[in-house]
Design a protein around this ligand. Structure first.
Ligand SMILES: *Cc1c(COP(=O)(O)O)cnc(C)c1O
Length: 355
């Protein structure tokens, strides 16, 4: 794929204090853009100065939610090299999301080339500290200029990058989560497994309610019986119950996280036998009540792992591991981040360098 380069003559000043970056607030100088028409396919791949997008007020994305995205990071090693973690997984998932939404798919090689080229252009924006990263956000929007609901004819693919601080600038502190037994995020047959903006729209209300009550995240139950655990906020969820790591199996309404997949592969490579199965909220609460719920953690690209210290369900709060991060959670965090930030040899072939 040919990528036209239109680089800025006036690069912005890079942030000097990495501890103040936060998440997704600062953006680099450029973005990747490519357009799609049903008649001509993908065309005009380009890297150009980051600027507001011009959209017709009737653009499909603004009315009917045709939007999908990805989230990944570029990591800087102690030697100064820049690398990606399993980017082909993001690329494949983006195409699965596109398929679900009847949006155009892309050549996986082209998608990877676009990501690598943009990160290479923005290399100096990748922060240096362990735990910091350049967050990469590819997204695809429906861009027909008509209010009619019909097959999509125009789309726009964009990638933006945001240097982000360490998720754990203040140490890995366990979070409080609340089981949501009213709203649901997704149902089987719906878009739960797709990384689409609409899923986040549906999740907003419960998230805000939980926050008002002092909980950071919502633990979602299945959309049919509100009985089985699905995921937590924008992360997958794992538990250690009676010595065994268990996580909800992918059922169509859960987002298939790459961090989730990597943790399962790590554990299996260590000869452990994590289970992917249905976990009812009743089983979880019973385990919490008789001391068998040893650890709980969310997992996703942003946080890597996020220990859960307290769980609220039907008027009661349950404490997990005395509100402290447990050894399995800590071990997984250490092993994954060591690979991502290049502190250890990558035996899995997960790392893709950016030249
Ligand atoms: C992105 C996402 C995850 C985590 O996926 P990773 O690939 O591990 O970052 C989990 N749940 C939801 C709803 C997500 O959007």
């Amino acid at each position: 794929m040919e990528i036209k380069m239109n680089l800025t003559a006036a690069p912005k000043e890079k942030p000097t204090d990495e501890s103040k970056l936060g998440f997704g607030k600062v953006f680099t100088d450029h973005m990747f853009v490519m357009d799609w028409d049903r008649a001509t396919g993908w065309h005009d791949a380009r890297i150009e100065p980051l600027a507001p997008l011009q959209l017709h007020p009737a653009a499909t994305v603004l009315h009917y939610g045709l939007e999908i995205f990805e989230g990944m990071k570029a990591y800087r090693t102690a030697e100064g090299k820049v690398q990606l973690f399993r980017p082909t997984e993001n690329v494949a998932r983006m195409n699965r999301s596109a398929e679900r939404m009847s949006m155009p798919q892309m050549d996986p090689e082209d998608m990877l080339q676009a990501i690598k080229t943009l990160v290479s252009v923005e290399k100096d924006w990748v922060p240096h500290g362990f735990g910091t990263s350049l967050y990469i956000r590819p997204f695809l929007i429906g861009n027909d200029e008509t209010l009619g609901v019909h097959t999509l004819h125009h789309a726009k693919y964009v990638i933006i990058c945001s240097p982000s601080g360490s998720y754990y600038a203040e140490g890995i502190n366990p979070v409080k989560i609340m089981v949501e037994d009213e709203d649901v995020r997704a149902v089987r047959g719906g878009t739960g497994f797709a990384k689409c903006g609409g899923n986040y729209g549906a999740a907003q209300r419960a998230g805000e309610r939980a926050e008002t009550l002092g909980y950071t995240q919502v633990l979602w139950l299945d959309g049919v019986d509100r009985k089985y655990i699905e995921e937590v906020g924008a992360m997958n969820i794992m538990f250690k119950i009676d010595g065994k790591v268990v996580t909800p199996k992918l059922n169509g309404s859960i987002l298939p996280g790459i961090t989730r997949k990597s943790i399962l592969e790590l554990l299996r490579a260590e000869g452990k036998d994590p289970e992917e199965r249905l976990i009812s909220v009743d089983e979880l609460i019973e385990a919490a009540e008789n001391g068998k719920l040893e650890e709980a953690w969310g997992c996703g690209t942003a946080a890597v792992v996020s220990p859960v210290g307290w769980l609220y369900y039907k008027g009661k709060e349950y404490e997990i591991n005395n509100g402290k991060i447990g050894p399995t959670t800590q071990g997984l965090y250490d092993k994954l981040t060591a690979i991502q930030w290049g502190k250890t040899e990558d035996k899995f072939g997960w790392i893709v360098p950016v030249e």
